[in-house]
Design a protein around this ligand. Structure first.
Ligand SMILES: Nc1ncnc2c1ncn2[C@@H]1O[C@H](COP(=O)(O)OP(=O)(O)OP(=O)(O)O)[C@@H](O)[C@H]1O
Length: 295
């Protein structure tokens, strides 16, 4: 996706298997909203293609995708009840009860006008609208940003339970790294419009190792040079490094598995680290990658 100021997304190819809950992480301006908007067909990419639901790129039933956009676009003059009614009339597979349950759980009045709702309440209604559609693909742009901690847990629990029951694929951007651990089983990290990391969370964690120990001289131990270095920090005479081992990790220092938050922080701090796209996340079919959509 190219804007007048330059590329918002470039060399951005990955595959998200069906039924996975995928966290989309990256610094401000990395291209997360752009990617979600392309997936939701709100934006047409300048180049490249998007394939949905295992089909070759082409028209898809818009009812199969729901998008919770960052600005939560709702009609301000509608009441909550009218908003849900709109959802019901526009979507053949609409589930009124599921949508109402989400609104009710937040004690939001069905008679309240959207313009009078708080940011978090608006997010709740927008999420009710998205989940009421019963989508196969749920695209969430920073769903937790204006929710209080209790509402976050409750609503993300609803999303997860719903996805588990119906096999929904979820792609969710967030800056709340600590909470991703309990939410996602798949991950895409963007930086500068490109994919830095993509794949199954367990697989990504298993191919990385944290090493800590005493520095050699003032730097990292020479033995670490045999591995791919993602990030290292030196504090006094101690170092901490996140590596992708290229064999057994020998030499001084203790090794440990990184937490998901440690893994993500290391990649976010080091945009020049070598990218890693695991085999399940690689695009196999050339048709998905090269066709020019619009001049
Ligand atoms: N309509 C536009 N015109 C010009 N540039 C744009 C436009 N929309 C987005 N961009 C640029 O594209 C890049 C990616 O923006 P995007 O909103 O996708 O980032 P993001 O990862 O969602 O950021 P954030 O975490 O701040 O929400 C940014 O550099 C942004 O300035």
């Amino acid at each position: 996706m190219r804007h007048r100021r330059g590329w918002a997304l470039k060399d951005c190819s990955f595959r998200l298997p069906a039924g996975r809950i995928c966290g989309l992480v990256g610094p401000n301006g990395a291209g997360k909203t752009t990617l979600l908007s392309i997936a939701a067909r709100v934006l047409e990419p300048t180049q490249g293609t998007l394939g949905l639901f295992g089909a070759a790129p082409g028209p898809v039933d818009p009812g199969r995708t729901a998008f919770l956009a960052q600005e939560r676009p709702l009609f301000r003059r509608f009441t909550v009840a009218e908003t849900l009614r709109l959802g019901r009339e526009l979507n053949p597979g609409w589930d009124q009860r599921a949508a109402e349950d989400i609104v009710r759980a937040g004690d939001v009045s069905f008679d309240a006008k959207i313009s009078t709702l708080s940011g978090g309440q608006r997010t709740r209604v927008a999420l009710a609208l998205a989940l009421g559609k019963r989508p196969d693909l749920l695209l969430l742009d920073e769903p937790m940003s204006d929710l209080d901690p209790v509402a976050r847990k409750e609503l993300m629990g609803t999303v997860l339970a719903d996805a588990a029951e119906r096999g929904t694929t979820v792609l969710m951007s967030t800056h709340v790294l600590a909470e991703l651990e309990n939410l996602c089983d798949y991950l895409v990290v963007l930086s500068g419009g490109s994919v830095r990391l993509a794949g199954d969370v367990d697989e990504l964690l298993s191919v990385h190792t944290m090493v800590t120990g005493a520095t050699e001289g003032e730097g990292l131990p020479a033995s670490l040079a045999h591995h791919s270095l993602v990030e290292s920090r030196i504090s006094g005479r101690q170092f901490t490094a996140l590596i992708r081992p290229e064999g057994p990790v020998a030499g001084p220092g203790e090794t440990d598995s990184p937490s998901l938050e440690e893994l993500l922080l290391a990649y976010l701090r080091s945009p020049d680290a070598p990218p890693l796209i695991t085999p399940t996340a690689q695009v196999q079919d050339q048709a998905y990658t090269t066709r020019t959509v619009a001049a």
